[in-house]
Design a protein around this ligand. Structure first.
Ligand SMILES: [Zn+2]
Length: 114
């Protein structure tokens, strides 16, 4: 599988949460935007203190107030999903990938590969 086309698991999303937070809340000049009532840099420090290899999505969702940081939105059906395929950074859920393969005639709509 090409590096540009890869499986993205919930753990992959969790492992990238601190750096994505930094990208979202730190300006180019190093200052931080506010993230609600808590300064963005304080939240970043908390995220960095977590063991992202073992921390649960529920814990991060509780910390950040929603599940948008631990899920990906499918570009096709717009559902928030835990696991998806990344096509060069664009996320498609597994059911939509399957529907695409069926539409292309690559797999049988009833299940098995042809
Ligand atoms: Zn989808």
């Amino acid at each position: 599988m090409s590096k540009r086309i890869k499986l993205v698991t919930e753990r992959d999303v969790i492992k990238s949460v601190a750096e994505r937070w930094k990208d979202q809340y730190q300006f180019d000049d190093g200052r931080w935007a506010s993230a609600g009532v808590t300064p963005g840099n304080e939240v970043y420090a908390i995220l960095r203190s977590l063991d992202l290899e073992t921390t649960t999505a529920a814990k991060i969702n509780s910390l950040l107030g929603n599940d948008s940081w631990t899920t990906r939105e499918c570009l096709s059906c717009l559902m928030s999903v835990k696991t998806c395929i990344s096509f060069n950074g664009r996320h498609i859920c597994i059911p939509c990938v399957r529907k695409g393969a069926v539409a292309a005639g690559i797999i049988d709509p009833n299940g098995g590969a042809e």
